[in-house]
Ligand binder design. Structure first.
Ligand code: GLU
Length: 478
């Protein structure tokens, strides 16, 4: 990460949260939800929300994955405070803490080789004992230390219990005899993930760790380091993971799992935030809410204890409500972002202007941006309009005849909704024609589509000249 800042964030504010993604691929939707919860919690309390890129695992971390995280956060509008922090850049500090633990007798040098550890495990398995590695070096006299490679291991309590008071899971008890003396510093001097997380959270002044419950089992191990250093641990809230409709952990099998895929599918960020907030958190029966409401309401007590199932129908329903509420210019700007993410051609200036002028009749019924653009086809396409297969069915000889009869009536009409409604209704009445029999070929002629805004809206947006030209094109063709 080019612009990484390794200094801890300024503290002093009451609440400090963070999102700590590992840049090993794309940004998972579960990470986005954790980011959202941490962001909402910090914003609600006037606190600080930090971003730490957990790039300690050099083999798996890529700059592309870091970019995907930064872009995903930016798209979702989850602004973090200060610079993104690179965990890798703080490796010296992690090692310093490991050494301090060694000095204090809370950690020890372990000279066991991989082969010895494997042999220990094999023997344990054969004898039916626990395969947790018990290092022979834990209590060894330093005078007996060889001059070879070693790792630093934490001196974990061998008996008793570690209790995690979790804001979501309640009191969770872990047996200490089931925890091993984990490695905190590898033989090459690099810190392990478990150490780095704790040192960073402490140095960054993190007060609340809100994360997926796949990290719950790491928590007693992390608490060991806090205890060894005499540091105050943060408050933990481990939320259940996101499941697919079949009740299994959300994976590629269920469809999109990466945040950027949702942008490329054309969901508005506000709808996504609303849906992700509801996915694992409740405020009474409220389904739809604005960012302001979410920021005012978000609390840890509202985090659900059972896993939520991802439901595309609900997501789309909420997205539709958000699109309807958005400012027209904002919709156009977000559509441009969507087209870019979906690797589709940009809008021309004329198309943007067209979209803005038609937005009033597009935004109420669209659930996604592609949905909106489909309804906007009439204002995005130029003559000659080609009808798609479904719309073309409405353009037979009879309906072409109807359109040629209609166009002269439009020449002198005043171009207002009332006038056009009156005109088309009396046109139909005089011919004992159901309105649908006129509207369907008009949709095909004006938009080339069968699902469109009303024919009145399309005529008003397109104007007299363009409307008549399109109707005439369709009437004479074939
Ligand atoms: N880097 C971890 C992950 O991406 C998160 C660690 C944490 O939140 O404590 O799953």
């Amino acid at each position: 990460m080019a612009s990484a800042d390794t200094s801890p964030a300024p503290s002093g504010t009451a609440i400090v949260t963070r999102i700590a993604p590992s840049p090993t691929g794309y940004m998972h939707i579960g990470t986005a939800r954790s980011a959202l919860f941490n962001w909402l919690f910090a914003r609600r309390h006037g606190g600080t929300f930090l971003l730490r890129i957990e790039d300690t695992d050099r083999a798996r971390s890529t700059p592309q994955a870091t970019d995907a995280i930064l872009q995903g956060m930016a798209w979702l509008g989850l602004e973090h405070d200060g610079d993104a922090i690179s965990q890798f850049a703080r490796a010296d500090r992690h090692a310093e803490v490991a050494r301090a633990m060694l000095e204090a007798g809370q950690a020890y040098k372990c000279f066991s080789t991989q082969e010895e550890i494997a042999a220990f495990r094999e023997a344990a398995r054969a004898e039916g004992r626990s395969t947790l590695f018990r290092s022979p070096w834990r209590d060894a006299d330093p005078a007996t230390h060889p001059d070879g490679d070693y790792v630093l291991r934490v001196k974990a309590p061998a008996s008793g219990e570690t209790i995690v008071e979790d804001e979501v899971q309640g009191t969770v008890t872990f047996r200490n005899d089931l925890l091993d003396d984990m490695v905190i510093l590898r033989s090459d001097g690099s810190p392990t993930y478990m150490l780095a997380v704790v040192v960073d959270d402490h140095d960054m002044g993190v007060t609340h760790v809100i994360r997926g419950d796949d990290h719950l089992s790491n928590t007693p191990r992390q608490l060991m380091i806090y205890a060894a250093m005499g540091w105050q641990p943060p408050i933990y809230a481990h939320m259940p993971l996101i499941y697919g409709a079949d009740g299994k952990k959300l994976s590629k099998r269920h469809g999109a799992t990466g945040v950027e895929e949702y942008q490329a599918m054309g969901y508005p960020a506000a709808g996504m935030r609303n849906y992700l907030a509801r996915l694992g958190w409740s405020h009474g029966d409220d389904e739809f809410f604005t960012d302001e409401q979410a920021r005012a309401w978000f609390d840890l007590a509202g985090i659900n204890k059972s896993p939520a199932r991802f439901d595309f129908k609900k997501l789309e329903h909420l997205c539709g409500q958000h699109i309807a509420l958005m400012e027209d210019a904002d919709i156009v700007a977000q559509i441009e972002g969507y087209l870019d993410a979906a690797a589709q051609p940009e809008l021309t200036t004329a198309q943007k202007d067209g979209l803005k002028s038609a937005m009033y009749c597009l935004k109420d019924r669209a659930r996604t941006f592609p949905d909106l653009l489909d309804k906007a086809h009439f204002v995005l396409a130029n003559r000659p309009i080609t009808a798609d297969e479904k719309a073309a069915k409405a353009l037979d000889d009879v309906s072409r005849g109807i359109l040629s009869e209609l166009t002269p009536h439009l020449q002198n009409a005043s171009w207002s909704r009332d006038e056009l409604e009156g005109l088309l209704n009396s046109f139909c009445a005089a011919r004992e024609l159901k309105f649908g029999k006129l509207a369907a070929p008009m949709r095909a002629a004006l938009a080339g589509r069968s699902a469109t805004p009303s024919v009145f809206d399309m005529m008003l947006v397109l104007g007299r000249e363009e409307s008549i030209a399109r109707l005439t094109d369709a009437a004479v063709k074939g």
